[in-house]
Design a protein around this ligand. Sequence first.
Ligand SMILES: Nc1ncnc2c1ncn2[C@@H]1O[C@H](COP(=O)(O)OP(=O)(O)OP(=O)(O)O)[C@@H](O)[C@H]1O
Ligand SMILES: [Mg+2]
Length: 453
Amino acid sequence: MTGKAPQVEPINASAEGEQIWLNVIGKMEETWGQLIGQQVELERKNAALEEAHAFMASVFESMSDVLIACDTALRIVRTNTAAEKLFAPAGQSIVGVRLEDLIASASGISAMDVARCMSRRQGLEDAEFQFSTSSGALPFAVNGTLLYDRRKRLCGIVLLGRPLGEVRRAYSELDQAHRHLKAAHVQLVQAEKMASLGRLVAGVAHELNNPISFVYGNAYTLKRFIPRLIAYLEHIHAQPAASLFAHERQTLRVDMVTSELGSTLDGIVEGAERVRDIVADLRRFSSDKRSAGAVFDMAAVVRKGLEWVLASADRMVETRVDVEEPLEVEGHAGRMQQVVMNLVQNALDAMEDIQHPVLCVTAKRDDTRVHIQIADNGSGIPPDVASHIFDPFFTTKPVGKGTGLGLAICYGTVSEHGGRLTARNGAQGGAVVMFDLPAFAPDGACAVLPEKG
Ligand SMILES: Nc1ncnc2c1ncn2[C@@H]1O[C@H](COP(=O)(O)OP(=O)(O)OP(=O)(O)O)[C@@H](O)[C@H]1O
Ligand SMILES: [Mg+2]
């Protein structure tokens, strides 16, 4: 038995060992195959990850909005190209910088506010930040989203900011264009209204001019004749034969008639004078006569016009005058003085019931224009009459006090001189009436009134 066993055993042992080796090799091959498979899978996942990474990077690059990711200490951990360009145009990175260093001191929202939002687990929605950028403080509308890690612990915040400057600029340009358009529309309507009224008034003034000249001229002649007539009657009454006509003298009340003749005629002359002045005003309002003017100092005209009106005022008015000198313009000094006088008179009229009337007159120039302003602390212009004050014959004054032609004439005169007359109520009450004129430029850049064509 002992002799046999050694012969059989090695055979069985080697077969068994071989089998084991075969199993091991089989397992190794299997593991190797699995390893290769895992390697291939890993490489595929790696390629997909790289692709996703590249995609995300290109999304970040192409975003025009500014992206800033911060950790819980509000230190910047990641940004996009738009943010780097904005905050560090020289190419440095702002990663590691504290968020508060990017926020301008004038910003409505501070880094502290962002920290508070994070502690309350709140994001930000359209919050208006002022970031300090390389071009100064700029406004941004910022949305902020909280960041959490895999274990749902807060790990930071992502801020996405959209520059407001462009939108605001576009909006304000649009708004300005709209306002200019509205003003141009009002001006056009006003100019057209004035032109048609001017034609109408010119016709009426022309028709009235001749008859009123007759009345005025004949009334004056009659006034010269009356003393002679009275002297003659007195001479007759002094004769002895006059007693023969005493009855007629009494019943016809000849003495009363002769004594009243003078004052009756004075009334006619005064009325005729007023109508003549109105007709002259009408002609001035409707005149489209444009003639070459001369260069004159508007500052002196303003002072003189003011002085003349105040000299004839029947009460004390506190006057604050701020007039730059000289203020050279081109045109008709006399007509401009009339404008100033009309405006000052209107202001005095409006302050009639004011206990302490204050009149402020300023005249200044900027690069190209001279600006004159007359402000009072009177009744102001009621909103319902504001759109009519430049209309001829519009007046709120009692009959006999105003014709309503003052502002209409002023408007025409200022327009003819290349300016614009406007009126508004002052912030502290009262009215502010202002006009501008082209400043005279010696090189001829000033708008010279065209010759009558
Ligand atoms: N400074 C002012 N404050 C308040 N209302 C004013 C002022 N200036 C003008 N107005 C208003 O505008 C109206 C028109 O003024 P405008 O000068 O044309 O005529 P007027 O002063 O009434 O008469 P006129 O000037 O012909 O004697 C005035 O009646 C008044 O109601
Ligand atoms: Mg007036």
